[in-house]
Write a protein that binds this ligand. Structure first.
Ligand code: SPV
Ligand code: MG
Length: 434
């Protein structure tokens, strides 16, 4: 073996024969250094890893043929390459043509600075990280792992994308929806258990009429068939004495966070704005509720996020900032700012003011009315969690109405065939146990 340094980038979450083959091929060319992608780097293009960096490092460091493991903060690892100047970078040849091809091109450019080379090793077909990822989702998760997953995401991903779920089937769609884009996989990071869609799907108005026990029964269907973290819409949180039970129940079930809003009286949906009475809670009362919830939680990872309704109730951005300060002092783990203003100007102004004072506190947006802005713009304003709060139910309703009317019109279902998924698809949608 020559004294050349050979560099291999790895995720190291699931080690399969393909990885071992790369390391073995690399070790034929010299001393192997593994650039182990950090959680932050992985979520730029892929699903979050199951194991954290420290655990993955232990596994990779102990693989035969690996001499050294170093953290790698982006998919190309330019900083590491320039620092260690390897003679070779060894990689599976799938990156010649998949979405990593731009990373490969950049690696070649960087290595050329000192005459290094890329070596593409024939890809091991049949088993790879994405096959294992799918299998892992079939195994499911535990309440503990699911609960901490949101904190891990907040620490590793600049913008967390959350989609509303209100049933097992909507949960399944959100669990599996993903598309491959040039910059990697796009998927939903977490799920939103919405009071609006939970109530609506039960034929009730969104006025806290569906109680926690009923909502938990609904959630248990979602928990059964998904693995992603869940943020629970806790409405006003009720009385502080009740809120402590809510926190405990959510934690016990592996929910990652609850968002409570600072309103009192009969809660009306925020998207009514000031067309209905929206009364804000006295600041101190809401602080006491946050405080009671934080004191009640058992895990350190569960998050209580305070939702500001100032803009919904017609108050100013400055008033919202005042409340944000008070709620953070009372122990809130994050802030959600809501508005029904279409221009998004009030939200942008709030985000910018908030970020000046609180660079790190998680900031949640629900861009239902100001949905002309893309996620990247909202992230630029300072948001790090974006919730699509009602879209699965709003999509399903018109589709169902259309089919119902079509059958009434035609007095048979033939004309509705193309509006419905084929029978064979629905039979195969939920696989029977093997
Ligand atoms: C919900 O989804 O129930 C919410 C968000 O609270 S909103 O409907 O926009 O108020
Ligand atoms: Mg709600």
């Amino acid at each position: 073996m020559s004294g050349d340094l050979v560099y291999v980038t790895m995720v190291g979450d699931v080690v399969h024969p393909g990885n071992l083959n790369i390391i073995s091929e690399a070790s034929k060319r010299g001393e192997v250094m593994v650039g182990l992608l950090t959680d932050k780097a992985i979520v730029m293009r892929e699903h979050p890893p199951y194991l954290d960096y420290e655990k993955r490092e232990i596994i990779i460091r102990n693989i035969k043929g690996v001499s050294k493991v170093v953290p790698q903060d982006d998919w190309c690892g330019e900083d590491n390459l320039r620092r260690y100047r390897p003679r070779y970078v060894v990689h599976g040849d799938d990156w010649v043509s998949n979405s990593l091809s731009t990373v490969r091109a950049r690696t070649i450019e960087v290595l050329a600075e000192w005459g290094g080379e890329v070596v593409d090793i024939p890809y091991t077909h049949g088993i790879n990280a994405s096959v294992v990822n799918t299998a892992r989702r079939e195994f499911g998760t535990t309440p503990e792992l699911r609960l901490i997953a949101l904190r891990r995401l907040v620490e590793s991903k600049p913008l967390i994308r959350v989609m509303e779920v209100h049933s097992g089937i909507s949960g399944l769609i959100v669990e599996h929806a993903e598309i491959e884009k040039e910059d990697g996989l796009h998927y939903f990071d977490a799920m939103w258990s919405s009071s609006l869609t939970d109530s609506t799907s039960k034929g009730k108005p969104d006025i806290e009429a569906v109680d926690l026990t009923t909502r938990m029964q609904n959630l248990s269907n979602i928990l059964e068939c998904t693995t992603k973290p869940i943020i629970y819409d806790g409405d006003t949180g009720g009385k502080p004495e009740h809120f402590v039970f809510t926190v405990r129940t959510l934690e016990r079930n592996g929910i990652s966070a609850v968002i409570i809003e600072d309103k009192v009286g009969l809660k009306r949906n925020s998207l009514y704005g000031t067309s209905v009475e929206q009364t804000l809670a006295p600041v101190q009362d809401f602080c006491d509720k946050i405080h009671a919830g934080k004191a009640a939680q058992i895990t350190k990872e569960f998050m209580i996020i305070a939702r500001l309704e100032s803009l919904i109730a017609g108050h100013s951005v400055d008033e919202a900032m005042e409340r944000a300060r008070a709620y953070i002092s009372a122990g809130a783990d994050g802030i959600m700012i809501h508005s029904k203003e279409k221009s998004g100007r009030d939200i942008k102004e709030f985000c910018q003011k908030f970020r000046l004072e609180y660079p790190k506190v998680p900031l949640v947006l629900v861009p239902t009315t100001y949905n002309q802005y893309k996620e990247s713009e909202l992230a630029e304003w300072g948001a790090n969690i974006v919730i699509y709060a009602n879209h699965m139910l709003r999509a399903a309703y018109p589709a169902m109405v259309k089919v119902a009317n079509c059958i009434l019109e035609n007095e048979r279902s033939l004309e509705a065939n193309d509006l419905c998924m084929p029978i064979k698809d629905i039979l195969g949608l939920i696989p029977e146990p093997r």
